[in-house]
Write a protein that binds this ligand. Sequence first.
Ligand SMILES: *[C@@H]1O[C@H](CO)[C@@H](O)[C@H](O)[C@H]1NC(C)=O
Ligand SMILES: *[C@@H]1O[C@H](CO)[C@@H](O)[C@H](O)[C@H]1NC(C)=O
Length: 288
Amino acid sequence: MENFEKLLTLFFFIIIPNIVQVDANFFKSMHITWGAQHALLQGDDLQLMLDESSGSGAKSKKSFLFGTIETRIKLVPGNSEGIATSYYLSSTGNQRDEIDFEFIGNISGQPYTIHTNIFAHGSGNKEQQFYLWFDPTTDFHNYTIHWNPTEIVFYIDSIPIRVFRNYEYEGIAYPNKQGMRVYISLHKANNWATRGGLVKVDWSEAPFTAKFNHFRARACKWNGEVSFYECASNIPANWWTSSIYKQLSYAQMDQLNWVRSNHMIYDYCHDTQRFNGQMPLECFKGQF
Ligand SMILES: *[C@@H]1O[C@H](CO)[C@@H](O)[C@H](O)[C@H]1NC(C)=O
Ligand SMILES: *[C@@H]1O[C@H](CO)[C@@H](O)[C@H](O)[C@H]1NC(C)=O
């Protein structure tokens, strides 16, 4: 515990200087990286389209180290079986860090699967999946990834659905040494999501469109070195202090428990068969 506090204090002093503005809307923050004919980026709106010829994707111009990344998403309506919308943070290189939201479509009227995962220093295998408590295709909803030196929190409409705390001092890898960019894409779902390719997209319903707006990165811009980053000026002055030491409030813990009891469909920490009884260390730690 003492070491942990030292670690926090260290982060605290590294982070405080260099306050600059990095927040912006979609158009200022992102650019289209593939499927340009299938994408539309305008002001605070992004639209991605998928048909048999291509999907499309965008990525943030800047790389961030810690922050709160917020996007409102309206997923592909109707028969979206075999289609995935990805919204994630990722570094590059082989010791990859990643914080993933992925939305796997379904036939009309059946629930989307919300897939989450975290990679730290190249190792993932931390999947949790959920069904939503609303129809994500009729309106925009707020999907936020909060990432600071002590914890990662996935929020949907401000309800925390998943927490991953930093237990690095106990030998559990945590993404905190490399910047990550934000990626958003619409594509055919990968093999595992389609039960090994069994599920096929119904192209007669194409093109499929996912819509995004209100992109906000209240985040620290990363300049390529471990302790070299600059934080957005619209982060409230007490943001780092409060969020570094903060855990979820009791009300938020209740919400997290509600999601876990009623809407979680898969938790790697419960999959004893997969890990042959050798559960990952973080599964024995509090995740609030
Ligand atoms: C689609 O809906 C069915 C029935 O509710 C469910 O069992 C299945 O997991 C869903 N598939 C995906 C990919 O979400
Ligand atoms: C989206 O959710 C985040 C996390 O709870 C919150 O900080 C932010 O204010 C929300 N945005 C809007 C527009 O409600």
